[in-house]
Structures are given as structure tokens and as C-alpha cells.
Design a protein around this ligand. Sequence first.
Ligand code: F1P
Length: 309
Amino acid sequence: MAYVDAEITSQPDCWLQAAALADPSAEALPRPGERVAVIGCGTSWFIGMAYAGLRERAGHGETDAFQASEFPTGRHYDRIIAITRSGTTTEVLDLLAAVRGRTATTVIVGDPDSPAVGLADADVRLPFADERSVVQTRFATSALALLRAHLGENLTALAADAEVAVRAPLPVDPGLIEQATFLGRGWTIGLAQEAALKCREAATFWSEAYPAMDYRHGPVAIAGPGRMVWAFGEIPDGLAEEIACTGAAFVHSRTNGTHTVLGDWAAGRTPLDPMADLILAQRFAVALATSRGLDPDAPRNLTRSVVLA
Ligand code: F1P
């Protein structure tokens, strides 16, 4: 079994462990009303996007997410939250060093002995969620679990959904699909981006991600037989029917008034929380890699973190 399989399966437990840190870490995490920027690279950036959407929706204050390399240094933020599993990613370290003494910073980190810890004003350590795999799964979702718990969400139901997602049959046979597009709205746009990145990283597979409303403005041209569209959370009225007309497989774990989709596997179940749905997408990406004869633990051209000279 690939390391990544074991890491994916451990997510329900990791999420509960992360949630238990929300209270003790309250001083390090954003307070209601603060203007916050979340920064990271790759997966960590997409998790920042998801948190930003959730925090604003919860009424806790303006929250933006940036790739660490593109942080707009001219803007004022009360706090910067850096998300980094390795704590060694160059762009993240550079930004933490650049804002030191000017803006309060907190790093959410997998490796507590990494340089990011020394550069940030505060830290929340998730060593139990660190991973052997290059391709991130459980660290990223555990960081989001921590942040959701800090927003006041009860993670018990979410962890139960995760237990379903680590075991449920995959909604689509990866061997039958030549392309995947992931869609989201609001906070789930970050999850859609992350799902598409998993397919590229683990399986070198053609995958894209869009806000669901914007998908009709061009990208829908890609949909067709042998291709898949997978939506996280709520979707716009009529979109499922439009995708059905293209002949693409449509995956959606929500009931949306007129239609219930995701095949038979979820029939009769309450829809999964989109973060649990992401687990299914992670598993889909790993299954894609295996079906293409690739080792998901040895992804092409990737390293655990990007450390620039
Ligand atoms: C960020 C990251 C990973 C990606 C790749 C390179 O790492 O972009 O998301 O999978 O391995 O690094 P980190 O800053 O969270 O350690």
C-alpha cells in the first residue's frame, strides 16, 4: 500500500486531533474583526482560499488568500497566517522574514523543528498530521479542520463524514475517464482547486478547476463523453442538466432540489460535507495514478517542498 493511502485513511482521526488544538491555540489564530491574509504555496494556498471563504461567511472579518510569492506587501493586514507542512518552502520563509516586526504572523506547520517556526510570531504545530508522501493530503485538511474548529464549527459530524469518505466506493472508475474538471462556490472553490491539483500531482492527469458559476463562461466547452465534472457543495441551478447534455460524467454529493447525483453510492445519505468529499477526490487521484501504472508516492518532478537556492 502506498504511504499516501494510509495518510488519506487517517484523516478522520487527524481532523479531531487538529480540532482539539483550536482552543489552546486561540491566541495564535485570528480574532473576530481582524483583517487577515492567509498565505501558502500549492496545496497550502488552496487551503488558505477555503478558510478565507469560510471565515468571511462566518462574519469574522475580511480574509484574503495569496500564494506566498504574490503577497501584496502594500496592503495592511492585522495578521498573516502562513500554512506550510514542511516549514521550509522558500517563498513562505521569505515572506515571514519580510513582514517580521510589522505584521503579526502565525504559522500552521507540520514540522515543528523547521525554520518557519523561528520566523513566525506564533505557531500551531500539527506533527501528527505531517506526511511521508510528497503529495499532501492529511496535513492540508487537518489545517483546515483546525481553522474550522476555531471558527466555532463542531467537527464531530465532519469527522463522521470523513469516516464515510475514506471507505465509500469511488463515484467514477478512474480507468474510464480521460479528463476531470472540479467546481466549487465560495469556500469550496479552494477545495476544487486542491482536488484538481491532486490529480495533476499524483497522476500527471489533465485536470482543471473553476468557480461553478464561471464554468459556463468557456470551460464547459471541455466537457464531453469520457470526461468528468465533479462539484463540491452547492451548485447553480441548471448546471447539472447542462453537464448531462454534454455526455460528461457528473459527480456531486449534494441534493439540489431537482436532482440527486453521485450515482447510487450515496443514495439515501445526507450529503457529505465538501471537506469529506475532498477525501473522495484524493482517493480518486491516487486510484488514477495506480490505474495509469504510476506510483503515487513518487510523483513526477515533485519534491516535498520547494527550496530555492
Ligand atoms: C507546499 C508545496 C506542496 C506541493 C509540493 C511542493 O509545501 O507546494 O503543496 O505538494 O510538494 O510544496 P508546504 O509549504 O506546505 O510544505
